[in-house]
Design a protein around this ligand. Structure first.
Ligand SMILES: [Zn+2]
Length: 413
C-alpha cells in the first residue's frame, strides 16, 4: 500500500506513544491533525474501535462512512496507515452505487493481516514436508486443466484478474466410514484409498485429509479442481464467482450427517497445518477460508446452500481460523441470493450468523442507494445473471462439483 507519509512522520509515528481513551472522541477532535489521528488510531488494537475512532475523528471520512463499512465484515482489519491514505487524500462524496461500492472496497482493502510463515523442508517423489510439521503425500497426485486468470467482480463487472488461489473451500466426502477402531485398520485404509481413487478420477479436490490425518495432494495446486461448481464468495478485492477457478478445495474424509460427523483429532491437526501452509504460500486471508455450504448456490433459483457440506460445526477455531460463519453470506449480500425453507430445514432450523449479517447489509445498501430492499435485490440478481451468462458462454463454463458421492447435495432444486 503506497502511503503518503513522509519519512519524518513515519519516524515520529514509531517513537511517540500517546495513550488512547475515550477523551479522544470529544468534539474538539475535529481540530486534530491527520498525523495525530493516525498516531492515535495506531494504538487502538481492535479494528472496529479503530474504525469508530477514525470515523468520529475525521470529517473527511464521515461522508464516506455514511454507509456502514461492512462490505467484507468487521473482521476486515484495516490499518491506520491505510486509512491515513484517505485522510490525506480528499475524497469526493460518492454519488452513485458504483462510487459507493468502490469507496468501500478501497477502504476495506486497506487491510493488515498477518500470515503464517511456513516453508518447505524436504521434497521427494513421495512426499513433501514443511516447517510446521505438515507432511503431504504426493505420489497419487493428478493433473487437470491449468488455472487461468480469473475475474474479480465489483458491481457486477470484472474489475481485476488474478491467477493465484484466493481462498480455500472446505468439504466433506460424505463417503462410507468404518468405526475408528484399531481392529478396523485394514478397512479404514481401504476406504481411504477408495476415496482417493475417486477424487483422482473426478479431479474433485486439491487435497484430501483421510481419517488418520494423512494429507494427500490430489489435484495440483496450479490446476483447477471441480469442487465447488456454482459458488460465490467476496473479499476486499471484490466478488469471486465459480470458485473452481479461484479457490483451493480441501476435503475431509468425513460425513456431516448420520451420527459419524465427528472428524478425528488427527484430521483437525492436519487441516490446521495444511491451512497454515496454503495461507503462507498464497497469502490467503483468514476470511477466505470457508465451507462449501457457505459458498454454494443454485444459479437458476437464486438460492443459497445447494451443497450443504459443513453447513455447521466446521471447527474454524481448532484449525486456527476465526469463526467465519459470522461473515455475511457473499451470494446474498453481493448478488441478492436467498434461502428457502428446505435450506432452513437442512440447517436444523439454525442458520449461521452470516445469513442475518448478509440480510442486514443488503438492507443497509438498499437504503444507502435510495431504493427498496426488493428493488435492490433485483438489481443485484441482474448483475449476477450478466456474470453467469458471460461464464456460460466462455471457453471454460462452470463445471459442477465432481463430488465423490454427491458431496452432500441433499437437495433437489
Ligand atoms: Zn463440497
Amino acid at each position: 500500500m503506497a502511503l503518503r507519509l513522509t519519512p519524518l512522520l513515519k519516524a515520529v509515528a514509531h517513537r511517540i506513544s500517546i495513550p488512547i481513551s475515550t477523551r479522544w472522541l470529544r468534539p474538539s477532535r475535529l481540530l486534530e491533525t491527520a498525523a495525530v489521528r493516525e498516531l492515535r488510531a495506531r494504538q487502538i488494537s481492535d479494528p472496529v474501535e479503530r474504525l469508530r475512532y477514525l470515523r468520529q475523528s475525521s470529517p473527511a471520512l464521515e461522508s464516506v462512512y455514511s454507509l456502514e463499512l461492512t462490505l467484507t465484515g468487521a473482521r476486515r482489519y484495516m490499518t491506520a496507515c491505510g486509512l491515513l491514505f484517505f485522510l490525506l487524500t480528499p475524497s469526493p462524496i460518492p454519488s452513485s452505487t458504483r462510487d459507493v461500492t468502490a469507496h468501500e472496497r478501497r477502504l476495506v482493502g486497506a487491510t493488515s493481516e498477518s500470515y503464517p510463515k511456513v516453508w518447505a523442508v524436504e521434497q521427494t517423489p513421495e512426499y513433501e514436508s514443511y516447517s510446521n510439521g505438515l507432511r503431504i503425500e504426493t505420489s497419487l497426485r493428478v493433473s487437470n486443466r491449468a488455472r487461468k486468470p480469473f475475474p474479480i467482480y465489483i458491481t457486477g463487472q470484472p474489475a481485476s484478474f488474478a491467477s493465484a488461489p484466493a481462498g480455500i473451500v472446505f468439504h466433506t466426502t460424505e463417503t462410507h466410514l468404518a468405526p475408528f477402531e484399531a481392529e478396523e485398520n485394514t478397512q479404514l485404509k481401504r476406504l481411504a484409498r477408495n476415496v482417493i481413487d475417486a477424487v483422482r478420477k473426478n479431479q474433485s479436490y486439491h487435497y484430501l485429509i483421510d481419517r488418520f490425518g494423512r494429507v494427500f495432494r490430489v489435484v495440483e495446486e496450479g490446476d483447477v479442481a471441480f469442487h465447488a461448481g456454482w459458488s460465490i464468495w467476496a473479499d476486499a478485492q471484490g466478488a469471486y464467482v465459480n470458485l473452481n477457478e479461484s479457490f483451493l478445495g480441501v476435503a475431509f474424509e468425513a460425513q456431516t450427517e448420520g451420527g459419524l460427523d465427528k472428524i478425528q483429532p488427527a484430521q483437525i491437526h492436519a487441516a490446521r497445518v495444511l491451512t497454515e501452509m496454503l495461507r503462507s504460500r498464497y497469502r490467503i486471508p483468514e476470511a477466505n477460508c470457508v465451507t462449501h455450504a457457505q459458498v454454494s448456490v443454485n444459479e437458476k433459483t437464486f438460492r443459497i446452500g445447494y451443497h450443504t457440506d459443513w453447513a455447521g460445526n466446521f471447527p474454524f477455531r481448532e484449525i486456527g481460523l476465526p469463526d467465519n460463519y459470522m461473515l455475511p453470506v457473499a451470494s446474498m449480500a453481493e448478488f441478492g441470493f436467498e434461502y428457502d425453507t428446505v435450506f432452513v430445514k437442512v440447517m436444523g432450523n439454525r442458520l449461521w450468523p452470516g445469513v442475518g449479517a448478509a440480510e442486514a447489509r443488503l438492507r443497509e445498501h438498499s437504503t444507502a442507494n435510495g431504493v427498496a430492499a426488493s428493488r435492490w435485490k433485483s438489481i443485484l440478481q441482474q448483475r449476477f445473471r450478466n456474470i453467469a451468462n458471460q461464464i456460460v458462454s466462455s471457453p471454460s463454463p462452470v463445471q459442477t462439483a465432481n463430488a465423490v458421492q454427491g458431496d452432500t447435495n441433499v437437495r433437489s432444486q
